[in-house]
Design a binder for this molecule. Structure first.
Ligand code: THU
Length: 156
């Protein structure tokens, strides 16, 4: 028997400690929560993806009376980025969430399906995508999408 350990390094920052680019991306993710259509959960998620060409693409969760038909903020952003800028690698993503009357306190992390979807773009882009998970006061910073999904499914 052998053992493998998978470690994920998360750096915890106060918003004010972020660099300017990181602050801008977090701000855009926060702003994107306004585009959420979430009459069922009332949980407004925003995602902002910075592309290598400097463009920032944003998305927000879109719900539906038939619950499974809705989609998360992260997938609305990455699918749009993939469709509009097919060959431009991602360089960073920020995610934020608003509930009731404020941004949520705990940094908002993507669900498993979104991790799998996002990782494909990181793999395709050939370089790590910085991840900023924004809470109300603190922001988790990870070096890659891969670090959010250890043992990811990959095609054979
Ligand atoms: N949601 C996201 O937008 N991103 C995630 O990673 C998890 C959850 C959305 C889906 C649904 O509209 C609402 O948050 C509550 O689950």
């Amino acid at each position: 028997m052998t053992e493998k350990n998978i470690a994920t390094k998360i750096r915890v920052y106060a918003y004010n400690e972020l660099n300017e680019d990181q602050k801008i991306l977090v701000d855009r993710a926060r702003e994107a929560t306004k585009g959420s259509y979430s009459p069922y959960s009332h949980f407004r998620v925003g995602a902002a993806i910075r592309l290598d060409n400097g463009t920032i693409v944003t998305g927000a969760n879109q719900e539906n009376a038939s619950f499974p038909a809705g989609t998360c903020a992260e997938r609305s952003a990455c699918f749009y980025a993939g469709a509009k800028y097919p060959d431009v690698p991602f360089s960073a993503i920020a995610i934020a969430a608003w509930h009731e009357d404020d941004f949520v306190e705990a940094p908002c992390a993507p669900c498993g399906v979104c991790r799998q979807s996002l990782l494909e773009y990181e793999t395709q882009g050939g370089k790590p995508v910085e991840v900023l998970l924004a809470g109300r006061d603190t922001v988790y910073v990870l070096d890659s999408l891969r670090s959010l999904l250890p043992l990811a499914f990959t095609e054979f």
